[in-house]
Design a protein around this ligand. Structure first.
Ligand code: GCU
Length: 400
């Protein structure tokens, strides 16, 4: 009986999977020659056609306009006020990683209108340090065992030992503390603090909630004397990589942003029809973006923005984005182009990115430019290779 049930279940799963694949194949274009012509909004022209030529006007006019465009059309609003943030150190071990690091498990609690959200932070700080230490903060969208504080379970997704050996601190929180990654359960978290978001057309959803959580962790890190809070890099993979970009765009306290394989509605261009589409992402993950974003399903050309503008809004802070060679779903070429088009905003600060015209070869990282990039050989994932390049990028840019 059990065997029959298992068989029926696997059959159902297979059928659903192949249905999904068929739908993807129908929707997703993987043929470069079939990418239709498209026009991107100009980063340096306001919606009222005003040219932006100076850093001052970028900061005063265009950058806020871009953030508002993303709030209203894509990620939703980012509530900035709350009643109270408190934290407590649940566990501290000055002898973690055989004495190489201090472990802190911190519970951060944010209260607003008598509702609260609890964020569990895992933080390792190198024992040998000259003063407050720069840190990498990962938005963890995969299993919690990836950031195991006991280090019994080790994972390339969050290679804490490698980061500690490089002299940096490493931290992580899990997305489920802010908004469970589920079409129904996502409301159980940050959105309980801001219920008005649920009815607004431009209301925050899960990705906004994760980015909001990253800022609350930064609020804590600013109070931790072992951390150099002016050098906190926000890191995310895939859906977490979309959130890391949004966090860095909204919160200029993040010194650096590392966005791994973030793809559609992350670093990749949306007007360019290659790989995942807005219709697909909104259909399969209706809880990620503002309700208004669905208006652009099968209607990319109507978007008053594109993702190069999101990357530009991070200027002049160092930004590193990646792809994996087999992850065409996330459109490596469209990701590189998006980064390239963001250059104009960096130039306003006198920072020349000098990216090549076409994407670099596989496994050829660009790390000296403030707009860093690599296309790692292999599958959609966050690996030790990616992290070693993040560390290299941080070394180059924190030195400047
Ligand atoms: C799906 C989704 C992507 C997302 C990815 C992930 O593939 O379509 O947009 O980036 O999941 O988060 O791993």
């Amino acid at each position: 009986m059990q065997y029959v049930r298992r068989f029926a279940l696997s059959f159902l799963l297979l059928a659903t999977l192949s249905q999904l694949q068929a739908q993807n194949a129908k929707e997703a274009n993987y043929d470069e020659s079939k990418v239709p012509a498209y026009t991107l909004p100009d980063i340096l022209k306001t919606t009222t056609n005003q040219d932006i030529r100076t850093k001052a006007n970028w900061e005063k006019i265009r950058r806020p306009e871009i953030i508002k465009l993303f709030e209203d059309n894509v990620y939703g609003q980012m509530p900035k006020t709350f009643d109270r943030l408190t934290y407590s150190i649940k566990r501290e071990d000055a002898n973690a990683m055989a004495g190489k690091a201090t472990l802190k498990e911190v519970l951060i609690e944010v209260v607003h209108h008598n509702q609260s959200v609890k964020i569990n932070l895992v933080l390792f700080v190198p024992t040998k340090r000259k003063g407050p230490t720069p840190a990498f903060l990962l938005i963890n969208n995969r299993g919690k065992d990836n950031t195991d504080p006991t280090r019994v379970h080790k994972s390339e997704f969050w290679p804490a030992e490698m980061v500690i050996d490089s002299g940096y601190a490493i931290a992580a929180f899990h997305v489920s503390d802010l908004a469970p990654d589920d079409t129904v359960q996502y409301v159980n978290g940050v959105l309980q603090l801001y219920p008005e978001q649920l009815t607004a057309n431009n209301g925050m959803r899960a990705i906004g909630a994760w980015a909001w959580g990253a800022s609350r962790v930064l609020d804590y890190l600013e109070k931790d004397a072992t951390i150099d809070a002016k050098k906190v890099a926000i890191v995310g993979h895939s859906r977490g990589g979309k959130a890391s970009l949004w966090a860095a765009a909204e919160d200029q306290r993040f010194a650096m942003c590392l966005s791994n394989c973030s793809g559609n509605t992350g670093a990749a261009l949306s007007h360019r029809r290659f790989g995942e589409t807005i219709n697909r992402i909104n259909t399969v993950f209706p809880h990620w973006f503002a309700r208004k974003y669905k208006k652009f399903n099968n209607n990319e050309d109507a978007l008053p923005l594109d993702q190069h503008m999101l990357l530009a809004s991070i200027a002049p802070r160092p930004l590193y984005v990646t792809n994996a060679s087999k992850d065409l779903w996330a459109d490596p070429t469209g990701t590189f182009l998006s980064l390239k088009y963001a250059q104009k905003a960096y130039s306003l600060y006198g920072v020349e990115a000098n990216l090549p015209v076409s994407p670099p070869a596989i496994n050829q990282p660009i790390s000296k430019s403030p707009l860093g990039y690599h296309n790692r050989e292999g599958e959609h994932n966050l690996t030790a290779y990616d992290w070693s390049n993040f560390i290299q990028f941080a070394k180059v840019h924190y030195k400047k």
